[in-house]
Design a protein around this ligand. Structure first.
Ligand SMILES: Cc1cc2nc3c(=O)[nH]c(=O)nc-3n(C[C@H](O)[C@H](O)[C@H](O)COP(=O)(O)OP(=O)(O)OC[C@H]3O[C@@H](n4cnc5c(N)ncnc54)[C@H](O)[C@@H]3O)c2cc1C
Length: 598
């Protein structure tokens, strides 16, 4: 059976030592009082919930899955899920980073980020129920009318109700411009919604008395394509004027998907049969409103893979210390044993360190991004808010795609550490691999994230935001460029920071002549950009570790940080050379293949 220990010390290192978040919070009136002790105490309690309540339900939830009663359209979630959710609500976790105006605790997003990392390690399938609610809360907070906010936000904040995002239809996933669900004005300010949605996560369950669906649909006079999509809030049960639950709205779960992983989460087919909803935001501007939820979800999906990478690493490490097979190539290490523990073998170490490095890089990037989100929401200086917002927009596809692709590499590597036992269910490792696999697909496939990064976020503004990130890299290089001890961490990012703008211009120029060049390069490009971002994170972490060691701190924690950073730059980062080469190989070899694919 797998185990999980919340990585509190690692989180504290990134929060307090690398990014000094409380110094940043002091500049934000909403968070000025949040100190390190408070954050640490909250995370310690959060870790207890994740490890003690959510984690024990991970394997049983996977085995049991969800069941649908076709007559009542009600879904039963795995044993213990509902009770765990009640405990979550009781503990106030749903409200942690929500607006105090709606009953939230008003803590920074950065703290919520760490709570969710631990929940995802513990049980991704369960965590998706509250996770999607939080996204629905953010979309309504940003775009809801006063009436909608009054009706829905306090319930979503407390966790009394949950939320969903209903975009996908059988014929339309990536291309939402194709969607057909219809919304007809009733004449009293409400709309009658009709259509079919599929793949709706947490789309039906037995946790709460109501479910708040955010549904994309078309108004009768809507233009074709993505410019004709509007967003509606459609509750499972209508809400009376006094806030009490009213009659059942005809929005039903008609089927549950049988899937590769996250079995404990109900992935629902939803039939909407004239259900009554209200418009969120402006007519035909629904995608813009939904993007608030989608962007939050994209950061959240990166966080899912961070969680799985961490828990897979912890278990693979314990196994590698315990399992004995063969002797070390450089001579017997465990003389008292029949064979050496497999951790002595270089390739087993490589697999372990790959997962460790991808977890630590991802944690730093996720916290860096949520700190930017806090600044974008709460900083008094408008320029800081705008710059932070732009940087998060640039980094969001990298968080989503790079961290989830790395999660795939890492969870597979950790399963491999177990040899044949990794393939056997009882060790839990194959579940981490299966659960992680969806993270590369939903919330916009990783290909789509790459196109968003290269096409929209980089070439779309002539590399202006990329330059801003490049400036951060440049500052660190300038700060540490003469420090010999930092050279092994600084030189690679100085090199890539210099190469990336040239590489971008080259791809952009080719794309100008033939747009398929952008499509052919985008996935490789995102990984290159991802490594620049991770490289920056590792250099910042190494900088702190070196300073501590120079100041006489003998805590092995800091040596471990340096060793992981060294491994990252020596064994993982260099793939950027191959990736730039394959990106430069262009589109011809892909597009001139009609004969090969005939
Ligand atoms: C378990 C699960 C949970 C989900 N949860 C939700 C949810 O809560 N709400 C919701 O609305 N949806 C949800 N989804 C749907 C999910 O977001 C979509 O499956 C995903 O966006 C991809 O859409 P699709 O499946 O239709 O694939 P398609 O769009 O048909 O894509 C097929 C392939 O073509 C590629 N492709 C498509 N367009 C391009 C392009 N322009 N350039 C290059 N490649 C392209 C894709 O990358 C992919 O590899 C969920 C799906 C699953 C499986």
């Amino acid at each position: 059976m797998p185990t999980y220990t919340p990585p509190l010390r690692d989180m504290q290192f990134v929060l307090h030592e690398v990014f000094k978040v409380t110094d940043e919070f002091k500049a934000m009136p909403a968070h000025a009082e949040v100190d390190a002790d408070t954050i640490n105490a909250v995370l310690e309690e959060a870790g207890k919930f994740a490890a003690g309540v959510a984690f024990p339900l991970n394997i049983s939830g996977d085995t049991e899955g969800c069941t649908l009663n076709q007559q009542t359209h009600e879904v039963t979630t795995p044993k213990g899920f509902k009770e765990a959710y009640a405990q979550y609500v009781e503990g106030g976790w749903a409200a942690l980073s929500c607006d105090t105006a709606y009953g939230g605790q008003g803590l920074p997003h950065t703290v919520n980020q760490c709570l969710y990392e631990m929940l995802n390690s513990a049980n991704q399938a369960w965590t998706m129920y509250p996770g999607l609610s939080h996204g629905a809360y953010e979309a309504l907070l940003a775009h809801g009318t006063d009436e909608q906010k009054k009706t829905y936000l306090p319930k979503l904040v407390s966790g009394e109700w949950t939320g969903t995002m209903c975009l996908t239809e059988p014929h339309c996933g990536t291309d939402l411009g194709l969607l057909r669900t219809k919304a007809e004005p009733v004449g009293d300010g409400t709309y009658k919604i009709t259509g079919n949605k599929i793949f709706i996560s947490a789309g039906e369950h037995n946790f709460t008395s109501n479910i708040v669906h955010l549904v994309l649909a078309r108004l009768p006079d809507a233009p074709k394509g993505s410019k004709g999509i509007s967003l509606f809030v459609v509750p499972k049960f209508k809400v009376n004027a006094d806030g009490s639950i009213g009659e059942r709205n005809p929005i039903y779960c008609t089927g549950l998907e049988h899937k590769m992983g996250i079995h404990g989460n109900a992935t629902a087919q939803i039939a909407i049969d004239g259900a009554i909803g209200t418009l969120v935001g402006e007519p035909n501007k629904g995608l813009a409103a939904m993007f608030v939820m989608m962007n939050a979800a994209r950061l959240g999906v990166g966080n899912q893979s961070l969680g799985l990478t961490e828990v897979a690493f912890q278990n693979a490490l314990a196994y590698a210390k315990d399992r004995i097979q063969m002797r070390s190539l450089s001579g017997t290490k465990a003389k008292d044993k029949e064979a050496d523990p497999i951790i002595v073998h270089p390739d087993v170490r490589k697999m372990l360190l790959t997962a460790k490095a991808y977890a630590e890089g991802a944690r730093a990037l996720q916290i860096f991004c949520t700190l930017l989100l806090d600044k974008a929401h709460s900083h008094p200086d408008e320029k800081v808010r705008k710059d932070s917002d732009e940087l998060v927009a640039l980094l969001t596809p990298i968080v989503k795609a790079f961290i989830t692709d790395n999660g795939h590499i890492a969870t597979n590597a950790c399963m491999q550490v177990f040899g044949g036992h990794g393939f056997i269910k009882e060790w839990g490792m194959e579940q981490f691999v299966r659960d992680n696999r969806i993270n590369m697909i939903y919330e916009g496939t990783n290909t789509v994230q790459s196109l968003d990064l290269l096409g929209r976020k980089v070439l779309g503004n002539n590399g202006a935001t990329l330059k801003k990130f490049g400036k951060l890299v440049g500052q660190l290089v300038a700060e540490e460029g003469v420090n010999e001890k930092m050279a092994e961490f600084i030189n690679p990012i100085a090199y890539l920071g210099d190469q990336l703008p040239k590489f971008t211009t080259e791809i952009g120029f080719r794309g100008f002549q033939n747009p398929d060049e952008v499509g052919a390069a985008a996935v490789d490009y995102l990984r290159v950009a991802g490594h620049l971002v991770f490289g920056y994170m590792f250099a910042r972490m190494a900088q702190v570790a070196l300073r501590e060691i120079a100041a006489g701190n003998t805590d092995p924690f800091y040596q471990a940080k340096l060793q992981t950073a060294r491994f990252y730059f020596a064994k993982l980062f260099p793939e950027v050379h191959t990736l730039m080469r394959t990106a430069r190989a262009g589109s011809k070899v892909l597009m001139d293949t009609d004969a090969a694919l005939a």
